[in-house]
Design a binder for this molecule. Structure first.
Ligand code: ZN
Ligand code: ZN
Length: 247
């Protein structure tokens, strides 16, 4: 039984339509603000219930506010996603055919890579095998900037990763499209791109970097949670949400 959607829910949804994606702290602040404005009850542990109520009304429109983790800092994010189109075609209003072809190729590179990244050189080289109108170097660079600005990709030191928004929104597509290649995190069971891999060849489980940080925190001898072999990788630090640190 879905509860009634009130003014506070509507205000929250409107803000999400503007933002597209927000981290958990931002969602909590927004939830509080909406409840205060419309004088309704608000409890921090009820945020997911509040969002479920909105989602029950969004379902007939094939929309959903979906939660997912940032592979960068391990924080939870909420994104308003379109579920009607499970294909990259959802981007056709903003990108030309050959631009989408290059985005697909970038995804191929990222999915098939060990570390969940594609370098700008690899992406530029992949334009050679384009079947639609080939993008020039400057056009490719411009496109990559747009994909970063539109929050489909992230860029650091010339290497591209899929953004949190992209992973949350495209997960069903990626799972269907790359069935054999897609990696799943042993800890949180979500798809994983930037992760550590067990070096035991008969095991080979994957764990997201932030999940590694949390799972092995405080353990002196890290062992694989599946095969119990020594975990040889450097254990990243657990990053705190930016409530105390600067943004
Ligand atoms: Zn994980
Ligand atoms: Zn293992």
């Amino acid at each position: 039984m879905s509860r009634q959607m009130g003014d506070s829910h509507r205000r929250f949804l409107q803000a999400m339509m503007g933002r597209g994606i927000t981290d958990e702290q931002g969602a909590l602040r927004l939830y509080q603000h909406c409840c205060e404005t419309h004088k309704t009850q608000c409890a921090p542990d009820k945020l997911d219930d509040f969002i479920d109520t909105i989602n029950s009304k969004l379902q007939p429109m094939f929309m959903q506010i979906r939660k997912g983790m940032s592979e960068d800092n391990g924080q939870q994010y909420y994104a308003l996603v379109n579920m009607a189109e499970t294909e990259i075609t959802r981007m056709t209003s903003d990108y030309a055919d050959n631009e989408l072809e290059l985005f697909r190729k970038t995804m191929d590179l990222i999915v098939s890579s060990e570390n969940g990244k594609a370098s700008s050189t690899e992406i530029l080289n992949s334009t050679d095998s384009m079947t639609s109108k080939k993008l020039k170097k400057s056009e490719t660079e411009h496109l990559l900037n747009r994909l970063v600005n539109d929050k489909w990709l992230c860029e650091k030191h010339g290497e591209y990763t899929l953004s949190t928004r992209c992973i949350i929104e495209m997960e069903p597509y990626i799972r269907a499209m790359y069935q054999d290649q897609v990696k799943v995190c042993h800890i949180c069971h979500n798809i994983a791109f930037q992760c550590q891999i067990c070096e035991n060849p008969t095991c080979g489980i994957k764990i997201h970097n932030p999940c590694v940080a949390r799972y092995f925190k405080g353990r002196t001898e890290p062992h694989c949670p599946a095969c119990d072999d020594f975990w040889p990788h450097e254990i990243p630090e657990v990053r705190r949400p930016h409530t105390k640190s600067r943004r």
